[in-house]
Ligand binder design. Structure first.
Ligand code: G1P
Length: 322
């Protein structure tokens, strides 16, 4: 096992945000619109990740893009004309919301992933910009609520205490372990929501999962990951997997898991996306006051429709059994 001795750590000020996916689950909405620009209430999905990282001290963002994603660059650009018009019209709240999209001390770099060769390949596209620095990775599909804590900020603290990379983890139902990177834990298991990781497996068969602790979309990685990714061969699904590079770095440097206690929405999925919209809408007192009665009414209509349909279902279930 690697030595637990803390090494000298650097400040973590860079984050890589992969945003080159095709968004096939949201077609046709994503035919011309990047899925990262779909809105949850009034902000695009990717902005939630940028805000979370900024709040954790990240100031340089490297967004990995692909064809048809230029609208993201426009979103994070300063809109002189719009700002000027809002200012002249005295629409100061709207002006503030536009100015807040990217704070003035943050910088964004865009680099394209020419071919869809996997998450590991996407991250490796940022190597020239991360250089010898540690970096965070935020997968924007996962929106994480920050009412309890900012997970990236906590993970940076753990990296600084241990000198080891850190991944955010969540317990998932055992039958869903084949959809995630899964942690294998060393010795003492989870203590104070932290765990020493002995290895990872990318999307194992359910019966082969070493635990039900899954990697969710937040990582703080040591600089060793970039050279490791450069020599990582295609793995699961024929793609270059970030998890495979992490397995190798884990052997040499050790790796920590941090168990999340925050609500998470998987916005790469239609259900998670709708839930995120409802959840964040209900955080806004104006929207909540009008939306809540509508939700009750809609839920009651759904219940009534189900009651009408139930006898049918029971009948056909009976037929199948006979
Ligand atoms: C990726 C990673 C996987 C991780 C997941 C979290 O998979 O490869 O290890 O658990 O993100 O969302 P993807 O969801 O891109 O297939």
């Amino acid at each position: 096992m690697p030595s637990p001795k803390p090494k000298t750590t650097q400040k973590v000020t860079k984050a890589v945000i992969p945003a080159a996916g095709l968004g096939t689950r949201f077609l046709p909405a994503t035919k011309a619109m990047p899925k990262e620009m779909l809105t949850v209430v009034n902000k695009p999905i990717i902005q939630y990740a940028i805000e979370e990282a900024y709040e954790a001290g990240i100031r340089e963002f490297i967004i990995i893009t692909g064809r048809g994603k230029a609208v993201m660059e426009n979103h994070f650009d300063h809109p002189y004309e719009l700002a000027d018009t809002l200012q002249k019209k005295g629409k100061l709240a709207e002006l503030e919301s536009v100015n807040k999209v990217l704070p003035s001390d943050a910088r964004i770099y865009y680099t394209r992933q020419g071919q869809p060769l996997g998450l590991g390949h996407a991250i490796a596209c940022a190597a020239a910009i991360t250089g010898d620095d540690p970096f965070a990775v935020l997968l924007p599909d996962d929106i994480i609520c920050r009412d309890k804590e900012n997970p990236v900020a906590e993970m940076i603290k753990i990296y600084q205490q241990t000198g080891q990379s850190v991944v955010l983890a969540e317990e998932v139902p055992h039958d869903r372990t084949n959809q995630y990177g899964i942690l294998s834990l060393a010795g003492k298991g989870i203590q104070n929501r932290r765990a020493q990781v002995s290895s990872f497996v990318e999307k194992p068969k359910i019966e082969e999962a070493p635990s039900n602790l899954a990697i969710i979309g937040r990582y703080v990685l040591t600089p060793a990951h970039m050279p490791q990714l450069a020599q990582t061969k295609p793995g699961k699904a024929g793609e270059i997997q970030l998890t495979d590079a992490m397995v190798e770095v884990c052997k040499r440097e050790g790796f920590m898991g941090y168990v999340s206690q925050s609500k998470r929405f998987d916005c790469g999925d239609k259900v998670g996306f709708q839930m995120a919209n409802l959840y964040f809408a209900m955080q806004d007192p104006y929207i909540a006051s009008r939306l809540q009665p509508f939700l009750h009414q809609t839920a009651a209509q759904y219940d009534r429709r189900r009651e009408v349909r139930l006898p049918e279902t029971t009948k056909s279930a009976g037929k199948k059994a006979s």
